[in-house]
Design a protein around this ligand. Structure first.
Ligand code: SF4
Length: 393
C-alpha cells in the first residue's frame, strides 16, 4: 500500500450527526483521562456487554474496533478486525468511512494507526495506561545520545542505518525517517536488515535486542560482530570502541517481558512430555529458545502454521497466552498449549478491559472523544518516510 509523504493535511474536525451543538463544542477537545469513572468500573459483565453493543449499533459504520491478537476474549469478541499491530493499522486505513478507530491494543499501535489513517479519522486507545514495556525501553533522548556517541566513535562516514521495530514510539520511527532508516515488523525483519546493509555498513537496531539478534544471525552475521548497546549505561561504550568498530549490528538492550519468560528447559520438558510435539516460538524470544524450537516467526506466522496444520497436530507455542488459548479453542482437533506453565499474559495489553471500551464508546455516542492518540504532523511526516521504505520492499 502506498503511503503519502506529504504532511500538509491535518486531521480535520468533523461534525457528527449524533452531536447536539453542545456536544460539538465538547468534541473539539479530545479528553485524555487516565482513571475510568467509578460507575463503569462497577458494572457487571452483562451490563457492559449490553452497553458496548448498543454503542456500536448507534455509531454504525463510523466506528471500527481493532483487536490485537493478544487481547482477552471479552474484548476480541467486539473487534471488527483482529491482527498484529501493522496489519491492524493498515486495515484501519482501508476503512475511510470510519471516523473513529478504537484500537484495543497498546499505545505504539494506536500511534501507528494514527500515522497510517486518514486525516478525518480519530484514533482512540480505551486505556491510556496500556503501554508496551519493550517500546518504553527506548526513548528519543536515549536514541539520539546513542547515535551521537556512535558517530563520535565511528566518524561521519560510519554508514549506520537505524532500524526500529514496529514496537516503538512514533518519534523513533520519525528518527529513522530523517536518518536514512526504516521500520521493520517481526515478519519482514530479515528483508529490512538486508535492505539496510545494501545502503550502509552497520545497523543500529532498536528497541528489541532479541529480534535484532535472531534476524542478524539469520542474515549471516556472527555473534562476534554484534554489540549490545545499554542505554542505561551509555558511557560503557567509551571502553568498547574497538568492539563497536568491529560490529556490523548494534543491538539495543531492550526486550519483551512476555517473550522473555520462555526458556530452553520448557522446550525440553515439552518434548519429554509429548514426543513428536512441534515447538513454535516468536522471534522476540532469546536466541537459545529460537534455536531450540522447530519453527519461529511473527504472530501472524504462528497463526498461519496452526491454521494449515492437519488434525492431530501437537504444538507447544511460545507467545502471549490469550492468543495461545484462542488458537486452542479454535482448533479443537489439534493439541495446542503455551510453553510457559505459568500464565503469561502481556500485562499492558490486559489493561484494556470491557469497562474502558464501554466508557470510550459511550463517550463517542455522546459527542466526547476520550483518550484520543494524536501524533503531531511533523512526526507523522517523518515516520511515514520510514514506513514507506518498509512498504516498498
Ligand atoms: S507482548 Fe511484549 S512487545 Fe507485545 S505489547 Fe506486550 S510487552 Fe510489548
Amino acid at each position: 500500500m502506498a503511503l503519502q509523504t506529504a504532511c500538509a493535511s491535518s486531521k480535520e474536525e468533523r461534525i457528527l450527526p449524533l452531536l447536539s451543538p453542545t456536544g460539538r463544542a465538547r468534541h473539539q477537545q479530545a479528553k485524555r483521562i487516565d482513571s475510568i469513572p467509578q460507575h463503569y468500573a462497577e458494572m457487571s459483565g452483562e451490563e457492559l456487554d449490553q452497553r458496548i453493543s448498543a454503542a456500536r449499533d448507534a455509531l454504525g459504520e463510523r466506528l471500527v474496533i481493532l483487536g490485537h491478537h493478544y487481547q482477552r476474549d471479552e474484548i476480541i469478541k467486539y473487534a471488527d478486525f483482529r491482527g498484529d499491530s501493522f496489519k491492524l493499522a493498515q486495515l484501519a486505513a482501508a476503512r475511510p468511512q470510519a471516523d473513529y478507530i478504537v484500537f484495543c491494543g497498546v499505545h505504539f499501535m494506536a500511534e501507528s494507526a494514527d500515522i497510517l489513517s486518514g486525516p478525518h479519522q480519530q484514533v482512540i486507545l480505551p486505556n491510556p495506561a496500556a503501554g508496551c514495556s519493550m517500546a518504553d525501553m527506548a526513548n528519543i533522548a536515549e536514541v539520539e545520545e546513542c547515535w551521537e556517541m556512535l558517530l563520535d566513535i565511528l566518524g561521519e562516514d560510519a554508514g549506520i542505518i537505524p532500524v526500529t521495530y514496529m514496537n516503538s514510539a512514533a518519534n523513533l520511527k520519525a528518527f529513522c525517517g530523517r536518518n536514512g532508516g526504516i521500520v521493520c515488523t517481526s515478519s519482514n525483519a530479515p528483508a529490512v536488515v538486508k535492505w539496510a546493509f545494501s545502503r550502509g555498513k552497520r545497523v543500529l537496531f532498536f528497541p528489541d535486542e532479541h529480534l535484532g539478534r535472531n534476524t542478524a544471525l539469520k542474515y549471516g552475521i556472527p555473534e562476534a560482530c554484534m554489540f549490545v548497546w545499554n542505554p542505561k549505561d551509555p558511557m560503557a561504550s567509551n571502553t568498547a570502541d574497538e568492539e563497536i568498530e568491529q560490529a556490523q549490528i548494534i543491538l539495543w538492550k531492550g526486550y519483551c517481558t512476555t517473550h522473555m519468560r520462555f526458556n530452553v528447559q520448557q522446550i525440553e520438558k515439552a518434548r519429554a512430555d509429548y514426543p513428536g510435539i512441534k515447538v513454535l516460538v516468536h522471534p522476540e524470544c532469546r536466541r537459545e529458545v529460537v534455536e531450540a524450537a522447530d519453527l519461529y516467526g511473527s504472530t501472524e506466522y504462528i497463526i498461519a502454521q496452526i491454521e494449515k496444520a492437519p488434525a492431530g497436530s501437537q504444538w507447544a507455542v511460545a507467545t502471549e497466552i490469550n492468543l495461545v488459548h484462542r488458537l486452542a479453542q479454535e482448533h479443537p482437533d489439534q493439541f495446542i498449549f503455551c510453553l510457559d506453565p505459568v500464565i503469561c499474559p502481556c500485562s499492558t495489553m490486559y489493561r484494556i478491559h470491557p469497562a474502558y471500551l464501554a466508557w470510550v464508546l459511550e463517550g463517542l455516542v455522546n459527542g466526547e472523544v476520550i483518550n484520543q492518540v494524536k501524533v503531531d504532523e511533523d512526526t507523522v511526516c517523518r515516520a511515514k518516510v520510514a514506513l514507506e521504505r518498509m512498504l516498498a520492499l
